[in-house]
Each structure stands twice: as structure tokens, then as C-alpha cells.
Design a protein around this ligand. Structure first.
Ligand code: BGC
Length: 751
């Protein structure tokens, strides 16, 4: 193997890897065998163009100064150090970097990555979808796949090739700051939605100019960190990791996901970055993942500086690679470390070869060497329409006492609506995390149209029916002193109905923003209480990144609508829902606690046997997983199976009658849970195993059929093996996860 770039310059280069008619594996082999050690190390580097330096005043740190890479630094990284990937680059810098890559000996294009996690949202003006948490409440696989497709087209139009999405973390402790980025709390639902969006991003097989590499993250059990504190240890056994957290990643691999990102945290004391069992053995060997693994931000160096399992960067770099990571996100020092490790014989070059091969194979599979920017207009009509449709399915109606909603359209002429609350007219809170407002560095530039704040949407739709809308903010989310409650009450005096838009804000969601207290913050609670005191119908709209503890709202509001971070069309859809233009059909993908101290309150817990509640709080969730009301109602009956006994490997086929017993056509999300009645290890009270979104006309009945392979009814036994254990199972079918609304039927798996 030749390690000296100068010598390699003299060797005739076999450029046949540039021949696109050759298979990706062959192209990879031809290229890899000609690479110097430096060129290989460079391919493993992912570089950020954004620098954040601490700012000091009078010796005290007061914030950050952000700057971009200089021309010299860019040149050094691409030409001299062969950098294989960059992240968070937008605009002309992409072209500058890519043209530099074409001046190198091997002309390997740079792979650009970005966090386009709910649309191409770091690009102001692109289509901004509901957050992952919001879109997960749609349970709409086709809509979520389409969100991936639209995002892929818009990201590819900027010459970017890779999105660090989807997040497949399981959000069970809602104090965690990154709940908004997840698809909720259920492994099955997360796996299905994750696979759908991956197929959308990657255009099924990575073909075409508008395909985007997906990245399943953060491998694994990252959301389960101690106390909901981001990046702390996840106190789990390997069996538990397999039982709860592996399923979404397994499905992502099956869906062909091109890349996986390792999480920041440790599991049972071993950082995931350094965990050979989890990364190399389970992900790569057992699940057969053929793409490449990228670390999270500076994970390698954190093994030294934070997690203290390596003495220096040399040791950390070797650990990271040996464990099975292929690309180093923003640990620039690992470039020199890799070269030194191989030169001094401390690391077998075969580790580098494997990692480089995986990265190059992915580049070839994507067609990167031939790729041009997709010719797509961002936020075009079709993209906006796909966004609007998904948003319509994502809102969850949590309360509707005495059928207050929808507001009577025929009587709406002259209806006076008072809109209040800190999130009524705040596009930043509505968009949530990972947009141009927050990344790659905090900005306060105005959002480009089209978008509708909640206020604007109510105005827009209300005006169609002759309603008038007045607005007053009323209070602040972060500051309990900043109250304008008396003025809010004055406004309400002349109104017929109150819409109070409350929740949380960007400062309360995201990395470094875990919360110990999930109550409404600032002066929101006193504002709501004052509004309630006015005696007018009170509709509470929630704009928030995570479930909040809102028992007062449940008890006191006449109607409650959960929107989470709903993106560009949140306001418009709210208007449509208030006036019955859209019938709400979303269901919660995550449970709400009564109280922060009740966390975690996820539905699929294992049984306990000393009492069924806290002595001072209920045991059950305030709003449970799968829950959501409609303007119509659905009646379930006649749950039946094609047979009651199955051999392992057969497929269970169930049928249930669902009647739309109300007056409006709508969609219902039929949910299927099972309980393994007796098993070698304990299993949850219930686990989601299938669902179907079905459209049923008012007054009509529909026989809904669902098939589930019996191999899905597995347990992870005491030896950590995935097995189906023969015996009796309880099948439960209905509109949400509460016992009292589920039809039940027992079946058996035979020996
Ligand atoms: C986050 C990742 C993200 C990466 C790049 C990290 O801090 O944990 O989710 O993809 O930054 O922005």
C-alpha cells in the first residue's frame, strides 16, 4: 500500500471508477485501491463550515460569535486534507467547495449533509412541514412518505445530498429536550413512519437527481437518557435495548436507509460511539446494514473530554473506528490521529479501508460522481399542497365539550372571536426546532411567505364566514412578570368565543433545553384562569414541542386542540378546523402526563403489582397514546379472526366493523394492540402491532381488514434472543390505547 501522496501522484491513475456504467461495488474497489492513507483519512472527515467561538465581556462568557470558514481553511480541508463531507453549507459555498473537490487528484465529490428534518427548513423560503412529532400524529404513512419526497427534491435543488433524518428515538421521558424531533413513544409506529419517510427521501432506491440519503438517528436509546437529561447515560440492559429500541432501526435498515448516526450518550456506562457490540456486531453484522455510520457532533473527542473513556484523541479515534463508526462528524483532529495510528501500527489500515469503502459505495450508489442539482422550485404549489394535506391530518382534538366545535358556520356572521396567548402570532414557536431561526446558528430574520400564524389562519378562514377576529397577546412564555392579563380580559368582554393559543417556545425545546417542569410556563396559567373567569366559551390551542402537564386545561377548557409545531400551514388548518372545513383526525403518538413527576407515562409499560397509582397522582396518562377525538364518532363492533390458532410463521388476519355514526365524512385510525398473556419474560400490558387510517362516509360502516405476521408477536427472552413463544395472546382493537374502548379477542400460537 502506498502511503505517500507524492509517489502516488507519479503513478498512472486508473480513472475507470468514473465510468458510471460500472457497478457501484466495482467502482469503489477501483478507487479505493489507489488511495493514499491521507486520502482515506480525509474521506472519513465531516467538516463544519460554521465556527462558534465564545464571546466574553469583562472576562465573562456572554454568548457565541458565529463565523464561516475562510477561503484558506476551505482550501486546506478540500485540497490538502481531502475532506469527504461537509455539513450545514448553503448557497454559493456549496459550489465553491464542490469545485475545489474537482481539482483534487481523485476528484471524489464532497458529500453535503444538512438537518432537513421537517422539510428543508434551514433554507428560509423552502417548504416547512410539521415537526416529526406533529406529523406522527397523522399516522399517515403516505403523507409522511410524501413529506420525505418533497424535502428530498428541495434539498437536492440546493446541491445537498444527505439529510440527518429521521430521528428514530423513542420519546418516553418527555422532560427530554428533543421530544419534538421524534415520532413519539411507540416503537412500532416510529418504525413504520421512519420507513415511510426514508423511502420518500431516498426515492425508494436512491435513483434520480432528487434522491437524498437518509440517516436513521440517534443509534440507539438516546431518548432514554437519565432523567430526560440530554446525552446522559441510558440505564438499560442490552436485552432492553433489543426489546424496545432496536425495532425502528431494524425497519430502517430493511427500508434501505443509507446511513445511521450514533448517539451522544452512553448505555450502561459505555458510550455508544465506542460500543462495538451495538454498532459493529448488532447494526452492521446482525441487521446487515450496508451503508455507513456517522458519529454525532464531535462524539470522538467527547470520549476524551466528557465521557473519559479514552486518554487522548488518538485512543478515542481508534475506539470510534473499531466500534464500527465510519465517518467522524466534526472531530477535525481525528484526521491527523488516523494517519498517525496507522503509521505507528496502532490501528490496522483495514479499519480505514472498510469505512472508506462504505462511504464511497454510498457515494456511488447515490450517483454522486454524476450528480447535478435537481431542477426544482422550492415551496412550489405541489409541495405546499402536500404539506397542507399532511398538516390537516396532524392536529389532534383533545376536548370538545358539548360539541362546541365546529363553530356554527351559518351563525358565524358577526361572530366575535377573541384570539389571545403568546403563541397566537408567533411563527418561530409554530415552526419549532431545526429551522433557519435556530440552525446552524440562532437568527432573527423574518420568515418568508407563505405561512399562516394561528391568528392569521383564524382571520383568513373566519372572514369567509363573516366572523370578526380581535387579538391580544396577553402574556409571555418565559417571563411570568410580563402580564397584560387585565387588557386581555377587557378584549374578551365584547367577544362571543375565546381562542387562547398557549404552549412553549424554542427556548424550551431542543438540545441543551431539557425541562424539569412541564407545566405551562410564564404567565400562561394565570392568563387562562382569567379568561375562564370571563364566562365565555374557551378554546385552548396548544403550540408546543412536547406534551405538557395541563390537567387544569383538560378540566376547564371547552375545547382543546393539540397542534405541536405545525409548520407553514398550522394557522390555516386551525381556521379550517374551528369552522369545520376540516374534520380533525389525528391521534396522539405520545402520552401526556398529569404532572412532570409522573414521567415517564408511556402506555406500553410493564405491569407492577403494588397499587395502581401514585398516592398523590393518577397512574394513567392525562391523554393517552392513540387518543384523539373527531367531529363525528366511530363505533367498533364484531372483532373477528379468520381462525383462533396459528402456527408460528402464519399470518393473523383480523376483521372489525367500524361505523361512522356521526354526520360528517371522516377518517379514523384503527389501532391493533396485543398482550402476550404468559411469556418467559414480562411483556407490556399492550403493544401496538398494526394500524390503518380509513375513510368512512357519514352513516356508513366499513369492514376493516388487517394482517399481521405472527412473527411480530415476539419477545426478547432472557438470553437476548428474539423468539415467538407459543401460548395465548389477547388481541385488542379500537380507537386508542385505553382498555375501556378496545374490543378484545383471544387467540393462540401453537407449539
Ligand atoms: C445533533 C444531531 C444533528 C447534528 C448535526 C447534533 O448536535 O444531535 O441530531 O444531526 O448535530 O447538526
Amino acid at each position: 500500500m502506498n502511503h505517500d501522496p507524492k509517489d502516488s501522484d507519479l503513478m498512472p491513475l486508473d480513472l475507470s471508477y468514473l465510468d458510471a456504467s460500472k457497478a457501484p461495488k466495482e467502482r469503489t474497489a477501483i478507487l479505493l485501491r489507489q488511495m493514499t492513507l491521507e486520502e482515506k483519512a480525509g474521506q472519513l472527515m465531516q467538516i463544519t463550515c460554521m465556527k462558534a467561538d465564545p464571546r466574553f465581556e469583562d472576562g465573562k462568557a456572554t454568548g457565541w460569535i458565529y463565523s464561516r470558514m475562510s477561503d484558506e481553511e476551505r482550501h486546506a480541508w478540500v485540497i490538502s486534507r481531502h475532506g469527504g463531507s461537509f455539513l450545514h453549507v448553503l448557497g454559493e459555498e456549496i459550489d465553491l467547495i464542490q469545485s475545489l473537490s474537482q481539482q483534487t487528484r481523485l476528484k471524489i465529490p464532497v458529500l453535503f449533509g444538512i438537518d432537513a428534518i421537517h422539510g428543508h427548513a434551514l433554507h428560509n423560503g423552502a417548504t416547512i412541514f410539521p415537526s416529526q412529532l406533529a406529523m406522527s400524529c397523522s399516522w399517515d404513512l403516505e403523507g409522511v412518505r410524501e413529506a420525505g419526497r418533497v424535502t428530498a427534491k428541495e434539498v437536492s435543488a440546493d446541491g445537498i445530498h444527505w439529510t440527518f433524518s429521521p430521528v428514530l428515538c423513542i420519546a418516553r421521558d418527555t422532560r427530554w429536550g428533543r421530544v419534538n424531533e421524534t415520532f413519539g413513544e411507540d416503537p412500532y409506529l416510529i418504525g413504520e413512519l421512519g420507513s415511510a419517510i426514508i423511502k420518500g427521501y431516498q426515492n425508494d432506491n436512491l435513483m434520480g437527481e432528487d434522491s437524498l440519503l437518509a440517516c436513521a438517528k440517534h443509534y440507539i436509546a438516546y431518548g432514554e437518557s437519565t432523567g430526560g437529561r440530554d446525552s446522559y447515560d441510558s440505564q438499560l440492559s442490552l436485552r432492553k435495548v433489543r426489546e424496545v429500541f432496536l425495532e425502528p432501526f431494524e425497519k430502517a435498515v430493511r427500508a434501505g436507509c443509507a446511513t445511521v448516526m450514533t448517539g451522544y450518550q452512553s448505555i450502561d456506562g459505555t458510550p455508544v460511539t465506542a460500543n462495538e457490540t451495538l454498532v459493529r456486531k448488532i447494526l452492521k453484522e446482525e441487521l446487515g446494514f450496508e451503508g455507513f455510520v456517522v458519529t454525532d457532533w464531535n462524539n470522538a473527542e467527547s470520549l476524551v473530554t466528557q465521557q473519559r473513556v479514552a486518554a487522548d484523541l488518538l485512543e478515542a479515534t481508534a475506539m470510534t473506528l473499531r466500534a464500527g463508526n465510519d465517518m467522524f462528524m466534526n472531530t477535525p483532529g481525528s484526521y491527523e490521529a488516523l494517519i498517525e495510528l496507522v503509521r505507528t501500527g496502532k490501528l490496522d489500515e483495514a479499519y480505514l479501508d472498510e469505512a472508506v469503502a462504505r462511504i464511497l459505495l454510498t457515494k456511488f450508489r447515490l450517483g454522486l460522481f454524476e450528480k447535478t442539482k435537481a431542477k426544482v422550485e422550492v415551496a412550489n404549489e405541489a409541495h405546499l399542497q402536500a404539506n397542507l394535506e399532511l398538516t390537516r391530518k396532524s392536529f389532534v382534538l383533545l376536548e370538545n365539550k358539548n360539541g362546541l366545535l365546529p363553530l356554527d358556520k351559518s351563525g358565524a356572521k358577526g361572530l366575535k372571536i377573541a384570539v389571545l396567548g403568546p403563541n397566537a402570532d408567533d411563527v418561530k414557536a409554530q415552526y419549532g426546532d431545526w429551522t433557519f431561526f435556530s440552525h446552524p446558528f440562532p437568527k432573527d430574520e423574518p420568515a418568508k411567505r407563505p405561512y399562516y400564524t394561528m391568528l392569521e389562519g383564524i382571520r383568513e378562514v373566519g372572514s369567509r364566514f363573516g366572523a370578526t377576529v380581535s387579538y391580544y397577546k396577553g402574556c409571555d412564555i418565559m417571563n411570568s412578570e410580563d402580564q397584560q392579563i387585565q387588557e386581555a380580559v377587557e378584549l374578551v368582554k365584547t367577544a362571543d368565543v375565546i381562542v387562547a393559543v398557549v404552549g412553549d417556545c424554542l427556548d424550551q425545546n431542543g438540545e441543551f433545553k431539557d425541562r424539569a417542569n412541564l407545566d405551562l410556563s410564564g404567565a400562561q396559567q394565570p392568563l387562562l384562569e382569567a379568561l375562564r373567569g370571563c364566562g365565555k366559551p374557551l378554546i385552548v390551542v396548544l403550540v408546543n414541542g412536547k406534551p405538557l402537564s395541563i390537567p387544569w386545561v383538560k378540566a376547564q377548557a371547552d375545547a382543546v386542540i393539540e397542534t405541536f409545531n405545525s409548520g407553514m400551514f398550522g394557522g390555516l388548518v386551525l381556521g379550517e378546523i374551528l369552522f369545520g372545513e376540516t374534520v380533525p383526525s389525528g391521534k396522539l403518538s405520545i402520552s401526556f402526563p398529569y404532572h412532570s413527576g409522573q414521567c415517564p407515562v408511556y402506555y406500553n409499560q410493564l405491569p407492577g403489582w403494588h397499587g395502581s397509582k401514585y398516592m398523590d397522582q393518577p397512574m394513567e396518562a392525562l391523554y393517552p397514546f392513540g387518543y384523539g377525538l373527531s367531529y363525528t364518532h366511530f363505533e367498533y363492533s364484531q372483532l373477528r379472526l379468520s381462525k383462533d390458532q396459528y402456527a408460528i410463521g402464519e399470518t393473523l388476519e383480523l376483521e372489525v366493523d367500524v361505523k361512522n355514526a356521526g354526520k360528517l365524512d371522516s377518517e379514523e385510525i384503527v389501532q391493533v394492540y396485543i398482550q402476550d398473556l404468559v411469556s418467559s419474560v414480562m411483556t407490556p400490558y399492550k403493544q401496538l402491532k398494526a394500524f390503518k387510517r380509513v375513510f368512512i362516509r357519514a352513516g356508513e360502516s366499513c369492514a376493516v381488514t388487517i394482517s399481521i405476521p405472527t412473527t411480530e408477536f415476539y419477545v426478547i427472552n432472557g438470553e437476548g434472543k428474539k423468539v415467538v413463544e407459543p401460548g395465548a395472546f389477547l388481541l385488542m382493537v379500537g380507537p386508542d390505547s385505553r382498555d375501556q374502548v378496545l374490543l378484545k379477542h383471544q387467540f393462540e400460537i401453537l407449539k
